[in-house]
Structure formats: structure tokens, C-alpha cells
Design a protein around this ligand. Sequence first.
Ligand SMILES: C[S@@+](CC[C@H](N)C(=O)[O-])C[C@H]1O[C@@H](n2cnc3c(N)ncnc32)[C@H](O)[C@@H]1O
Length: 281
Amino acid sequence: MFRELMKYLAKPELCAPSSAPFWDDEHISKGMLAAHLAPEWDAASRNHSFIDRSVDWISRIRPPTDYPRLLDLGCGPGLYAERFCMKGYQVTGVDLSARSIDYARKSASRQGLEITYMHQDYLSLSFHNAFDVVVLIYCDYGALSDEDRKKLLSVAYQALKPNGHLIMDVFTPARYANRNEERTWRFEEEGFWKAEPHLCLESFHRYDDANTFLNRYVVITATDVYCYNIWDRTFEEEELRGELTRAGFVNVDLYGDVAGTPYQPDSTVICAVAKKGGSRT
Ligand SMILES: C[S@@+](CC[C@H](N)C(=O)[O-])C[C@H]1O[C@@H](n2cnc3c(N)ncnc32)[C@H](O)[C@@H]1O
């Protein structure tokens, strides 16, 4: 175990994967669901009054009368999906977390909302010309590797009908402007990462040349070591436009968040609204 631990003390190479699943872990997903559902937190989801404003804005700029079918990639427990459904969209939500999808299905059924939920990796979706709007909300795009981001844009592009729109957000490097690399640790009898006693070595790493940042959690129990690498590939305006246009999107409009705040050069978030173009490079 000592050798394994030593391996985790070094700064990892860019985009090194986690050693264990994160979103769909039986224990971690309990804490994640609680974080999604906490109305005031900006944790797994944004606070719920922001979500209300976000859904209001999206339904104004791409109204369900003209854009009826909406795909929510990484829908979590359905906070956006339910609100979109109440606005009049026909909603399909996809998420990797069985716990979130289970919660979302029960919640929709309790409220009599007709939403299609799929427990699936969004990278493996194969919809074709099926949706008017695809949303990917709360900066999940930046957690993906270069290859997976390309794959996800291709999934979204294929899923959209001609002239359909992708609405997504990413963090910008400004989010981390004042944060130094650091390491800290804590011991917990039971906590977010494990239900058993564990030591958590937490570190933050900067990869400024790649506009990429890493929150790393090395979790040590009596018998095992787990490493969770939470990557954030942040984007400057032109980098995001570049990835979208290379994937075939056109007319890329940028905002300061997914509630329509105007984009400013010092924004910590960029929201892109991009139209499916006729061909891809
Ligand atoms: C930051 S949360 C945002 C959830 C939701 N969009 C919101 O803002 O409330 C990211 C979500 O994406 C899901 N997710 C991450 N990777 C995924 C994948 N490969 N396929 C499907 N869902 C994924 C997670 O389970 C989680 O629910």
C-alpha cells in the first residue's frame, strides 16, 4: 500500500483518470444526490432559484412551441428536466447515476410529469435528428478528456434535428485565477467518500498551459486506496468557439451563464448557444 500511496503523492499527468467510478458509486452517489437536492447549494447542481431562472431563460430563447423536443445530457435527479417539462417541452434526460435516475423517475411519477429518463453513459447515445434542443448544464463538458469532449459534441450534433440548438456551459480560467496549488488532509469515521473510517488526501493542481485544473482526492481505508481525479478543462471564448465549430456547430452565441447574463471578459462561466450546421469538419 505504501508504494501505491507514494504514486499518488506526485502531481499526476494531465487527464490521468480516477482509479474508481465517481458518479455511479453506491456510496458517493448518496452524498451527490443530497447535494443536488439542497436548494441553496451550488454543489452538484446550482442553487434552485438559479435553475428556475435558467429554465425561464432557455424557454424564452428557444420556446417549446418552436423547439418541442429537448434532451438533457447529465440530467442528475431531474431538476431541470422537470421544470422544462412543466414549460411544455417533451423531455428526455440521460444520466450515469442510477441513484439520480431512480430519484428522477419517482419524482416525475409523483407529479404526473411525462419525462423519459435513461440510465446511460451519454457518450454511448445514438440518437439521430431527434431533438430540437440539447442541454449540457453545469460545466460537465470540462470534466471530460479531449477525446470524450469530441465524442460528446458528436453525440449532441447527431441527436439534434437540422437547425436544432445545443446549450451548454463551461468554466473559464478566471474561476481559478486566485487559487494556489495546495494539499490538505482529513480523517473521517464516515463521510462523503466512504461509509467506513478513511483518510482523505486532498490536493489542487494547476496546468495553466492547458487551462486545466485538478481537484484530487486520494481516499485511504483500512484495506484500499482510491483516487478520484476531478478535472476541469476551462475555456477561453475562442477555444470554446473552436471546439463547437469543428464539431459542425454554427452561430455560436456566448453568455455569462445559462440564465442569459451577458458574457464579460472576466466571467467565470461561459454559456454557449450553438446551432447545428449543415456539415462537420
Ligand atoms: C455537475 S452534475 C450536473 C447535473 C445537472 N445537469 C444539473 O445541473 O443539475 C453532472 C451530472 O452529469 C452526470 N454524468 C457525468 N458523466 C456522465 C456520463 N458519462 N453520462 C451520463 N451522465 C453523466 C452525473 O451523474 C451528474 O448527474
